[in-house]
Design a protein around this ligand. Structure first.
Ligand code: TYM
Length: 333
């Protein structure tokens, strides 16, 4: 049976890019593989980027990220769901991998280049970030990793680290593969400037827990196909981010109506946006109601996370023991 692993950073409210690009796949794979699907809020990763990290907020955001995933349909009694810093084997394995990974390869990672460019002083943790990510995945000997397209390079590095370890110490780890969501590889930001991303700030993101009024304020002013200058100008919905969002939120008849209406100038962009909001409301309102119920019972959420960490450690500890032995550390008696 495949072993699934993925992680999500608690650096801000989860947005529809996280939701359709990754979280929905967590749920789908969780239904298929049960406790063999392992998901984690990666708080150790979140402290590597000083621009996005606030110690006063981290534990609250970690809690909120768990709530968002449970509200989106992950059932912690059926899958393994935990907080990364509660399973110390992650950084232990990460250190072993650090000793195997050439600095040059880490410097080539595009996410590292993008993030470090914006900083005056670059923490070493930002460079080591993908090594920790490899440790997350391989600690569970996972072979299936649901992610968005932006993580492809990191998963390739994980495969390389697995190969290097296996070559140096004997066959130990699988070479994991990324699994992407169809139609949601790289969801564009609502400001029209590239990929939707938490690090780009709230003008780029539509949060799944964000009040619908606030979502509408952003959708209302979102850029559409520039060919539609006047209401009577036809457009191309494939060149419009509202068209992209319809594919995520709307049912087939609505998608057909708005696509045909855009091409023939039968509907205006405001109508098209209002129809999108109906789909968003249908998807997000029940999710937000479930999140409110979960927040009202924080002990339930915390207990589920602690139980998840126990389950994760039960898998991680024997793997780490195998690694310690192969690397040659003197066993404590
Ligand atoms: P993070 O927290 O930035 O994002 C969580 C997941 O959401 C996906 N995603 C998107 N998918 C489609 N369109 C978008 N606009 C979009 N924005 C984000 C991401 O690809 C990701 O799958 N490095 C990871 C966290 C991580 C991890 C791991 C993932 C740590 N260890 C081990 C997998 C396995 C990250 O920063 O994700």
């Amino acid at each position: 049976m495949p072993r699934v692993f993925s992680g999500i950073q608690p650096t801000g409210d989860p947005h529809i890019g996280n939701y359709f690009g990754a979280m929905k796949n967590y749920v789908r794979l969780g239904e298929e593989y049960g406790k063999n699907s392992i998901y984690c809020v990666v708080d150790l990763h979140a402290i590597t980027n000083p621009a996005a990290y606030d110690p006063a907020q981290l534990s609250k955001r970690t809690f909120e990220m768990a709530v968002a995933n449970f509200a989106a349909g992950l059932d912690p009694s059926k899958v393994t769901f935990f907080v990364q810093s509660q399973v110390p084997e992650h950084h232990e394995l990460s250190w072993v991998f650090t000793a195997l990974t050439p600095v040059g390869e880490l410097e080539r990672m595009t996410q590292y280049k993008d993030k470090s460019e914006q900083l005056e002083s670059v923490p070493a943790g930002l460079l080591m970030y993908p090594v920790l990510m490899a440790a997350d995945i391989l600690l569970y000997k996972a072979d299936t990793v649901p992610v968005g397209e932006d993580q492809t390079q990191h998963i390739e590095l994980t495969r390389e680290i697995a190969r290097k370890f296996n070559h140096a110490y004997g066959e130990t780890f699988p070479e994991p593969k990324a699994v992407y969501a169809k139609d949601a590889l790289r969801i564009p930001g609502v400001d029209g400037h590239g990929k939707m991303g938490k690090s780009k700030g709230e003008t780029s993101t539509l949060g799944i827990l964000e009040p619908l009024d606030s979502i509408w304020q952003k959708v209302r002013v979102a850029p559409t196909d520039p060919a539609r200058v006047r209401r009577t100008d036809p457009g191309d919905p494939d060149k419009c981010l509202i068209g992209d969002y319809h594919k995520l939120f709307s049912d087939l008849p609505t998608i057909e109506t708005v696509y045909a209406g855009c091409r023939t100038a039968g509907i205006g962009c405001v109508d098209c946006k209002k129809m999108l909001m109906e789909g968003m409301r249908r998807e997000l309102e029940p999710l937000q109601a479930r999140a409110a119920d979960l927040r009202a019972d924080p002990d339930l959420v915390r207990d589920a996370l602690e139980q998840g960490a126990k389950e994760a450690r039960a898998i991680a500890q024997p793997v780490m023991e195998e690694v310690r032995e192969k690397v040659g550390f003197l066993k404590s008696r």
